[in-house]
Design a binder for this molecule. Structure first.
Ligand code: NAD
Length: 290
């Protein structure tokens, strides 16, 4: 396939490189980052998009997606598909989907989980919203860049799945960290706590697979000085997106709101920026109730 790839940062560059390695012709554009090897550089986003079968975007946020969509939708070939893999507001995905449809183009919102490691290894999970036809076109590309693509329904539903998942993740990580900090203060050994909880009703991905306590459970960022992994800053971004969606949809999400506020304090007023989101544990360790 002829593919345009716009946004070649930490995630986009390895994703584009995997498409090239699988034999696709990829033309790339980024405002700042260089094109990976064997990706043909274009002079603008519109040039990267023009005449391609599929255009993939991997951009920082919804405002930038809207701007890039304005530039590229008029340049895209009739019947081609825009696949946005960025994490953005549900509303931004649905607006761009409407604009694409009005021009006779396909659109998929296809945010990912799996991080930079998953992007490099080609093991991302794609959560996809959009039409069956557009999904069928992009599926072979998802299979190269990832190990799983779930079609979640119409436009915006991929973003909805992503932010609901990450709202659970943020809340659960905080619960796991505050429980470890309480256990410390009660004189309960962390290994004993892990052995009980990981096989009891408090188990979760954050306890069993990504334990925030160093030296406990499988290897995780806690064993690497809390270097990300999944940065607290990105968790804050996703929690903000889930709160924006909850506002729009009039959904009551008190735990998601509390998690957003905690990550906001951690990232903006404390030492959380640039650290893994599990570094909530050393934060709680240092604190009392006051
Ligand atoms: P990044 O900042 O490394 O990359 C974004 C790239 O977009 C940058 O290179 C930037 O120069 C480029 N860009 C910005 N405006 C542009 C424009 N107008 N035209 C062309 N290029 C432009 O970010 P990232 O870590 O690659 O993340 C990309 C997206 O993936 C985000 O939405 C993020 O939330 C999501 N995501 C990231 C991770 C992760 O672990 N990094 C995990 C899951 C999802």
């Amino acid at each position: 396939m002829e593919i345009g790839f716009i946004g070649l940062g930490n995630m986009g560059a390895p994703m584009a490189a995997n498409l090239v390695a699988a034999g696709h012709a990829v033309t790339g554009f980024d405002l700042a980052a260089p094109c990976p090897e064997r990706v043909t550089p274009a002079g603008s986003a519109a040039d990267a998009a023009s005449g391609r079968d599929v255009v993939i975007t991997m951009l920082p946020n919804g405002a930038i997606l809207r701007k890039v969509a304005e530039e590229i939708l008029p340049a895209m070939a009739a019947g081609s598909v825009l696949v946005d893999c960025s994490t953005v507001e549900v509303a931004a995905a649905r607006d761009v989907a409407g604009q694409a449809e009005a021009k006779g183009l396909g659109f998929l919102d296809a945010p990912v989980s799996g991080g930079v490691g998953g992007a490099a290894a080609g093991t991302l999970t794609f959560m996809v919203g959009g039409t069956e036809d557009a999904f069928a076109t992009a599926k072979p590309l998802f299979e190269i860049m990832g190990q799983k693509a779930v079609h979640c329904g119409g436009a915006g539903n991929g973003q909805a799945a992503k932010i609901c998942n990450n709202m659970i993740l943020g809340v659960t990580m905080i619960a796991t960290c505050e429980a470890f900090a309480l256990a410390d203060k009660l004189g309960l050994d962390r290994q004993a706590m892990f052995d009980v909880v990981s096989t009891s009703s408090g188990y979760s991905w954050t306890m069993n697979a990504y334990c925030p306590a160093p030296g406990i459970g499988p290897q995780s960022p806690a064993d690497n000085g809390y270097r990300p992994g999944f940065a607290a800053d990105l968790m804050l971004k996703d929690l903000r997106l889930s709160q924006a969606a909850a506002e729009d949809a009039d959904a009551d999400t008190p735990m998601g709101l509390a998690a957003m506020r905690l990550y906001e304090t951690f990232v903006e007023a404390e030492d959380g920026s640039g650290r893994d989101f599990s570094a909530m544990l050393p934060r709680f360790e240092k604190r009392g109730r006051g």
